[in-house]
Design a protein around this ligand. Sequence first.
Ligand SMILES: NC(=O)c1ccc[n+]([C@@H]2O[C@H](COP(=O)([O-])OP(=O)(O)OC[C@H]3O[C@@H](n4cnc5c(N)ncnc54)[C@H](OP(=O)(O)O)[C@@H]3O)[C@@H](O)[C@H]2O)c1
Length: 251
Amino acid sequence: MKIVVIGGTGLIGTKLINRLRPQGHELLAASPASGVNTITGEGLSEALKGADVVVDLANSPSFEDKAVLEFFQTAGRNLMAAEAAAGVKHHVALSVVGSDRLPDSGYLRAKLAQEAAIKAGKTPYTILRSTQFFEFMGAIAQSGTVGDTVRLSPALFQPIFSDDVVAALAEVTVGKPVNGTVEVAGPEKISVDEAARQFLRAKKDPRSVIADVHARYFGAELNDQSLTASNDKARLGTTRFADWLRSAVAA
Ligand SMILES: NC(=O)c1ccc[n+]([C@@H]2O[C@H](COP(=O)([O-])OP(=O)(O)OC[C@H]3O[C@@H](n4cnc5c(N)ncnc54)[C@H](OP(=O)(O)O)[C@@H]3O)[C@@H](O)[C@H]2O)c1
């Protein structure tokens, strides 16, 4: 199959390509770095020629509310139009568990708009919603930082190793479109503040973490259901946060 990976130079895109290439597929990493831009449309129709599957793993350069919404709306619209014209058979996108539960979060509103563009398109699709990647812990800690203090929600979330996301994504990519949403989450629930505390301790980062039920996570207050898997049908990763922390610090 010809598989075009939009955002194929990013964290997940690079790993997906490395995982699928040995299976004998023709893979194209498409991103501005390789002359393919889903916002301007540059290089898009050329890249999609003969494509069976398109996997959208692009991310917005800015997380500011208006900028991120425009990014995912425009990219989604352009991509779905180009895929319909090229006769693509399966569109796969990586979204976020809970994107429909936190309307106060500008980033999650934007991911929901991306999902809406996919559903309004003509291409059969599968949306894989993932929980937060372990690799995103630094950004989460940073988002709550003022001076030497990090203020974060004590709500539970269910973070996951990017390799476990990629394993699920690879199966979805070579599988049949479900025209619906599938979830993947980490093997354990942990509170956001405690995960950040463990992360910073492992990195010997001197910032101290304070639990605050009103601390906003990218704009939204959280409860224990906001970011955890919706039900027991979610696919679960196998890598534990503590094990990843040990190997990430060693690396
Ligand atoms: N972080 C999390 O915890 C989490 C959880 C669930 C889902 N997700 C989703 O996972 C996806 C992948 O995240 P990631 O961390 O792998 O992203 P990333 O490492 O930040 O990579 C972003 C990619 O987007 C590309 N890109 C940026 N602007 C583009 C444009 N105009 N046209 C085409 N490509 C463009 C970049 O290309 P260049 O290298 O050429 O700039 C890069 O390849 C995102 O959609 C995100 O919403 C993330």
